[in-house]
Design a protein around this ligand. Structure first.
Ligand SMILES: *Cc1c(COP(=O)(O)O)cnc(C)c1O
Length: 400
């Protein structure tokens, strides 16, 4: 991506729409979908819509044939209202309200994730006969993921085996095992270790006469923020090889990308609204912050940042903070920004298509970023063309 060129367009868009603004590119999402489904053998893609549930994104993925991973009644209703078949949905949250299970079942959703006895009892009662898969935890890998998901979710291999049997005895249909290596995971070997553990559950279940042939590898595939990442193809190859090595033939592989489907399809633009000096610290405040979409900065997500028109200015360290009256609203205490960054500058946060607007609140009466689509803008091969088109359009707009 040519930053200077993209920033030029972003400046036009910021003038037209105001800030904060999230600019999304559906062409990038289409490319991500195709790359993933073509890289993993025998796969079905279930997009985890919590990453970004904008209707344009859902419509685009529906057209491509994507399935969807949902977590609540609200997400199911949204998909149903857009004409997505309930058969294309998996209720992947292991913590479901009974009333949501009942709603899902009555509307035709037939696949549920579990990691406990009580969840199985709820599904047996409110969604009898449904397909279930058991989520195992992926212990000891926390340090490879920027956003770990191992403690709250999943269970041990031994317990998973008991749960498969328990589900079966409660009239449910155990179809497979799932895991999630943690979001923004940098180590492909984590998928291999997890798939080997899945194979133990499969074998023990088979011994009890229960055949399963689905592995759900969750999400976790990384996108490029500040650190280097393994490619989707590289991780897919590890998954393909591990499925062959440990699980054998005729296995359906479900993948549930969230971040890797939409993260690199968005950029956020914000305005600097204040610069101040407190002792040795220089502070920059923008009109977007932790409560309005940059929530993931409070853990380990390090967005790449630039300031429009100051891309080549020498940088220095700032504290970069949001606009609200809450001291948690600080993105980075060690942000590197152009040394002359000041009021009115446009700050660009790259690769912010995932887990941004979904977290946005209305805290302090401040709105979260408006979302607009500029399809083709962030796609490498189309960049020159897209920029030309967009500039032409906005010049027309300027003349009005
Ligand atoms: C959040 C979530 C995902 C998506 O994870 P990413 O790391 O964003 O790809 C997939 N599956 C489940 C069950 C999830 O909760």
């Amino acid at each position: 991506m040519d930053k200077i060129l993209v920033n030029k367009v972003l400046k036009k868009l910021a003038t037209k729409y105001g800030t904060p603004l999230l600019v999304m590119d559906l062409e990038v999402i289409k490319e991500n979908y195709k790359k993933l489904i073509n890289s993993i053998e025998n796969s079905k893609v279930y997009y985890a819509i919590k990453a970004n549930s904008h209707v344009e994104i859902i419509k685009t993925l529906k057209k491509l044939g994507s399935h969807f991973d949902v977590a609540s009644r609200g997400e199911i209703e949204k998909l149903l209202s857009l004409g997505v078949s309930p058969k294309m949905m998996s209720f992947g949250n292991t913590i479901k309200k009974s009333s949501d299970i009942e709603f899902a079942y009555k509307n035709g959703v037939k696949m549920f994730a579990v990691d406990s006895e009580m969840e199985i009892e709820k599904i047996a009662k409110y969604a009898p006969g449904s397909d279930i898969y058991v989520r195992i935890s992926t212990n000891g890998m926390e340090n490879d993921a920027d956003w770990p998901l191992t403690r709250k979710f999943g269970t041990s291999v031994d317990h998973a085996i008991q749960l498969v049997e328990y589900a079966y005895n409660n009239g449910l249909n155990p179809i497979g095992v799932s895991f999630h290596v943690g979001s923004q995971n940098y180590n492909p070997n984590n998928w291999r270790v997890a798939i080997r553990e899945v194979s133990v559950v499969f074998e023990e279940a088979r011994r009890k006469g229960i055949e399963m042939n689905m592995v759900n590898t969750g999400g976790g595939m990384p996108i490029k923020y500040s650190k280097e990442i393994p490619s989707i193809e590289e991780i897919s190859e590890v998954i393909n090889q591990s499925v062959r090595d440990y699980l054998g033939e005729n296995i359906t592989v479900i993948v549930e990308p969230g971040r890797s489907m939409v993260g690199n399809a968005g950029v956020m633009i914000a305005s600097v609204i204040l610069r101040s000096k407190k002792g040795e610290e220089n502070w920059i405040y923008t009109d977007v912050g932790v409560f309005h979409g940059l929530t993931e900065t409070i853990q380990n997500i390090r967005y790449e940042i630039s300031v429009v028109g100051k891309e080549f200015v020498e940088s220095k360290q700032f504290v970069l903070a949001g606009p609200t009256c809450d001291s948690v609203d600080v993105m980075y205490y060690d942000a590197k920004l152009p040394k002359n960054t000041t009021i009115g500058d446009l700050v660009v946060f790259y690769n912010t298509g995932a887990y941004t607007t979904e977290y946005g609140t209305n805290f302090n009466g401040i709105s979260s970023p408006e979302v607009i689509f500029q399809n083709g803008l962030l796609l490498k091969q189309n960049l020159e063309y897209a920029v030309e088109e967009i500039l032409k359009q906005s010049e027309k707009y300027d003349m009005l």
